[in-house]
Write a protein that binds this ligand. Structure first.
Ligand SMILES: Nc1ncnc2c1ncn2[C@@H]1O[C@H](COP(=O)(O)OP(=O)(O)OP(=O)(O)O)[C@@H](O)[C@H]1O
Ligand SMILES: [Mg+2]
Length: 146
């Protein structure tokens, strides 16, 4: 078991920071390049959501990132203390976006679900949003070609 926690501002330059931190933390679990790329993509989507949706444009709040390893599995929690999501079912639907004018495709949550082994989201209006994801490395059965 290994664990880390990180708090950083919801600013766009921290998307790349966060995905690379998680990739570095996951390396001892010996992920394939494809598994690592899945995790980085999912982290990007989760962190971008906090940056784009959680806080007002003129003030940035905190994003908390927590990673825990358990055997071959990496558990990740991304949370913000922003405005929260009023209708979670609607937000999770593929292609739903509350910002269609900003060229958002509404696919962030769908991508997280597709690329990770586990996914859940909890949100309360005015309190914040927490996304939990997990990825089991080496889940494939056809050898370990990279
Ligand atoms: N952290 C968050 N805080 C507040 N609202 C959120 C948060 N994350 C997602 N949402 C809401 O859920 C909707 C769906 O999120 P999703 O990531 O699937 O799509 P998107 O961010 O709108 O578009 P895309 O991710 O394709 O750029 C968002 O449009 C937004 O209304
Ligand atoms: Mg998104």
């Amino acid at each position: 078991m290994n664990q880390m926690q990180l708090k950083f501002l919801a600013r766009s330059e921290n998307e790349n920071f966060a995905r690379n931190v998680v990739a570095a933390f996951a390396l001892p679990l010996n992920p394939t390049l494809s598994e690592l790329s899945d995790v980085k993509t999912a982290i990007s989507e989760a962190v971008t959501n906090c940056i784009v949706h959680a806080y007002p444009a003129d003030e940035s709040g905190w994003i908390t990132l927590e990673c825990v390893t358990e055997g071959d599995t990496l558990h990740i929690t991304v949370s913000d203390s922003g405005k929260g999501i009023a209708d979670l079912e609607q937000a999770l639907a593929p292609f739903y976006t509350s910002l269609p004018d900003e060229e958002r495709s509404g696919m962030g949550f769908t991508i997280m679900q597709t690329f990770m082994s586990g996914f859940s989201v909890e949100s309360e209006q005015g309190v914040g949003t927490t996304v939990k994801m997990s990825k089991k490395f080496g889940a494939r059965t056809n050898g370990n070609a990279r």
